[in-house]
Design a protein around this ligand. Structure first.
Ligand code: FES
Ligand code: FES
Length: 161
């Protein structure tokens, strides 16, 4: 195939599980997660680092999975939305999104939740303005922004502005 590159071995550690895969060096982390591992909870919106739908955690930090290559994340600890809830149920941020109607169509929601978990852990959820600023990399075409802020505020235990 024109332009095809040789696949190389990569170890992706996703949600506590090791995956030894072969991918072309040009394959994004997002495509490896969705197409090779079959974890489709991580969404592909823009595929160019602008919408945040593909947000995952790598070594505890949020990144856009479409904006990095799978080979660059070899051996790192990756968490996707499928790995967020514990064995005993959903994550508190997931429950807050449900309780506060933080979604409409739901397409952006996995990315919003992954970003919200990181936003709170970073200490960037101290006020509504701070939440809006530090969640601004996650776009919502349904414009559920007020409810998303409500959910993040509630999960963080922050007082309403
Ligand atoms: Fe990655 Fe939009 S799909 S930022
Ligand atoms: Fe539809 Fe955000 S809930 S894009």
């Amino acid at each position: 195939m024109a332009g095809a590159q040789d696949a190389v071995p990569v170890v992706l550690r996703v949600n506590g599980r090791r995956h030894d895969i072969q991918v072309e060096p040009r394959v994004t982390l997002l495509d490896a997660i969705r197409d090779t591992l079959g974890l489709t909870g991580t969404k592909k919106g823009c595929d160019r680092g602008e919408c945040g739908a593909c947000t995952v955690h790598v070594d505890g930090r949020r990144i856009n999975a479409c904006a990095t290559l799978a080979v660059m994340q070899d051996g790192r600890e990756i968490t996707t939305i499928e790995g967020l809830g514990g064995a005993d149920g959903s994550h508190p941020v997931q429950r807050a999104f449900v309780a506060h109607d933080g979604l409409q169509c739901g397409f952006c929601t996995p990315g919003q939740i992954m970003s919200a978990v990181a936003c709170i852990a970073e200490g960037h959820a101290g006020s509504d303005d701070e939440i809006r600023e530090w969640m601004s990399g996650n776009l919502c075409r349904c414009a559920a922004y007020p409810q998303i802020v409500d959910a993040v505020r509630a999960a963080a235990g922050t007082a309403r502005a």
